[in-house]
Design a protein around this ligand. Sequence first.
Ligand code: FUB
Length: 528
Amino acid sequence: MRNKLAVILAAGAFASAASAQQSVAPAGRDITVPGNPILADGDYYSADPAPFVADGQFWILTGHDMAAPNVNDFIMPDWQLLRTDDPTPGPNGAKWTHYPAFLKPENVFTWAEPARAYAGQIIQGPDKRFYLYAPVMEKDSDAKDRFAIGVAVADSPLGPWRDAHPSGPIVSQKVPVANDIQNIDPTILIDDDGRVYLYWGTFGQMRGMELARDMITPKGPEQTITGLTGFFEAPWIMKRKGTYYMLYAGNKAGPTSDCTPAVYHACIAYGTAPSPMGPWIYRGVALKPVSSTTSHPGAVEFKGQWYMVYHTADAKDGGHFRRSVAVDRMEWDDSVSPALIRTVVPSFRPQPPQAPSRNIARSAWATASNDPVPVQFWIKALNNGAVKDAPLPPDMWGSWSPNNPPRQWIEYRWDKPVTIDGSRIRFWNDQPAGSGVGVAPPAKWHLEYWAAKGWKPVPGASAYGTAADAFQPVSFPKITTRCLRAVMDASTDGKTHAALAVQEWEVLAPASAPITLRESTTIPQPCG
Ligand code: FUB
């Protein structure tokens, strides 16, 4: 509370000055971290990590997600810092210091709006001072998109921070040259020769530009960066053994993509170049998609070991807009030149054993009548055990297309026959029952199982409820099968058919047992 009040007072004191300054070094709180995510208890969500090394310590600048569980928006009022002298958890965990809300956009940039403290980066300049490159919203701009990149400077990561370019952002849709992209996600490199390069961008558009050695003044020209296959956002520039590496969130999607099956998800992809402005060549995937739809990388060498930081939805009550920062080792494959990055293996906190369950869907392999499913949906959402109040398309299987057929099915296959006597399904809709457009609950549905020679309706089933956004339970006398389908007749207005969507589909065994997750990547034989 003391810090919050002091920051408010500081903001008031500087309101009429040409530049703002956040004048309080915030207090940190020490925490012991047994594994990922670093902040896991749901008190503080953290996103968009950017690591840096200063004073022999490993630091992470992060954003701060504050969206309510059912809000699908980036509610990000401030930035946080995390600091440790060893990011790897030992037997007693890693020791971190957490500095919550150490900086707000409006307290350092007089020209910025509160909120939307998106992904920034701190780097130590040649003058030993720290420079923060921060995407914030300009409050008095008539640009179509008011996101802009400001630069702040401080003698210590904890501040006080002041605007290094008080006349406004160094990059926006208006400066240094007009552009029509969303100017966020800056990343910065000070090259071995002292030249400084800034990159930024999102929605598939990346720009790069040289800055003057003062770390602030655009030198130009602003260039469009190409060659980084599937680039979506979140670039991170780094250099190793003379090669320039660009990590980024990639969303080249499809059933055979090396990056992601579902377009809303992202992998962390990377490319290399022989010089800061390219030519860039795609090199592969450095981190597979995580539990949040967005993925955001940063990487740095610390005491001889490289680490990647990223965010996930893995904290308590986490979500796509309640993300949490994780850190893992990043290894190199020096058998090729330039070296490749070995795909990072995410690690987790020790988890309590899961409660036994009757649901055996999690050990099944899922497919659907509309395979390959449209890339906005994700077939594996059917049996991932996650149900959300406000799901995004990749949180469900779905069938939307411009001309929806009257019937669709989803299918589970197991490696061996299973005995079952119940099921629960959770439909999702954006249109009411009886609609012929959008996604509506099914007009009706039923279960079919593979019985020796063909698909047969599950005998003796109880009523099949069709309401969306609540599990619809069905029970039936025991059957043994290796394949089960939920067959859905689409809602119709008599002219066209709506699409269908299912968030989660459980299949119940007669008795609870420890949950088995499907580990095998081999597709079980079809039943028919
Ligand atoms: O946190 C807001 C946005 O989400 C960032 O700017 C992107 O990189 C994505 O992580």
